[in-house]
Design a protein. Structure first.
Length: 182
C-alpha cells in the first residue's frame, strides 16, 4: 500500500466496503448521501423539470381563466370600455401578479434544467417587468434559439387572451341568465 492508501483516503480500493461508490474508487463529498433507490436518484431529472414547467404553464392558464371569470361576474356592464371600477382593477392586479409568478416559476425551472444561473436582478425583473425580462432571459439562456422560445411564448400569450375572454364570456353569460346583479 502506498501512503495515500494507508491514511484513510477514499481513493483506495476497499473491496469489503458497504458503500459501492467507495469500493469503486469514487471520491465522495463528506455530506453526500448515495440514494437509497433508483427512484430517489431519478427524482431531480430533466423530466421532473419539464413536469414542473408544464404545471407552471397550466397554473398560468388557470389563473387567466379565473381572472376572466371574476371579471365577468364582478365587472361592470357599462358601455364605456375604459371605465374600470376598483373591483376590476383589483382583479386585473391579482390576475397579472399570479400570472407573472407562474411564468417566473417556469423560468426558474427552465434555468435549473439548462443549468443557467439566474441573478437576483433577473428574478426580480421576471416578476416585475415580465414583458421585457422574458425575452432577455430567452435570448441569454438559449442564444438564437430564443426566437423559437419567444414564438412559443407569443402563442401562449394568445392562448391566454382567448382563455381570459372565454372565462369572462361564460361567467358573464351565467350572470346574465341567472340575473345576478344589474
Amino acid at each position: 500500500m502506498t501512503d495515500a492508501e494507508s491514511n484513510g483516503s477514499l481513493l483506495k480500493d476497499n473491496e469489503d466496503s458497504p458503500n459501492p461508490a467507495v469500493a469503486a474508487g469514487v471520491v465522495l463529498e463528506p455530506d453526500y448521501a448515495v440514494p437509497a433507490s433508483s427512484e430517489d436518484a431519478d427524482r431531480i431529472g430533466p423530466d421532473s423539470y419539464r413536469k414542473h414547467k408544464r404545471l407552471a404553464l397550466a397554473g398560468a392558464l388557470l389563473t387567466v381563466v379565473c381572472s376572466g371569470a371574476a371579471f365577468g361576474l364582478f365587472g361592470s356592464t357599462e358601455s364605456d370600455f375604459f371605465a374600470y371600477t376598483d373591483t376590476e382593477q383589483l382583479i386585473n392586479l391579482v390576475g397579472m401578479g399570479l400570472f407573472s409568478l407562474f411564468i417566473f416559476f417556469w423560468c426558474y425551472c427552465d434555468a435549473l434544467e439548462r443549468q443557467y444561473p439566474l441573478s437576483k436582478t433577473m428574478k426580480i425583473c421576471l416578476v416585475a417587468i415580465l414583458a421585457i425580462a422574458f425575452p432577455v432571459y430567452a435570448f441569454r439562456s438559449r442564444g438564437l434559439a430564443g426566437f423559437k422560445t419567444l414564438g412559443w411564448a407569443i402563442l401562449f400569450l394568445l392562448l391566454s387572451c382567448v382563455a381570459v375572454g372565454t372565462g369572462a364570456w361564460i361567467s358573464y353569460g351565467i350572470k346574465h341568465v341567472l340575473k345576478i346583479g344589474s
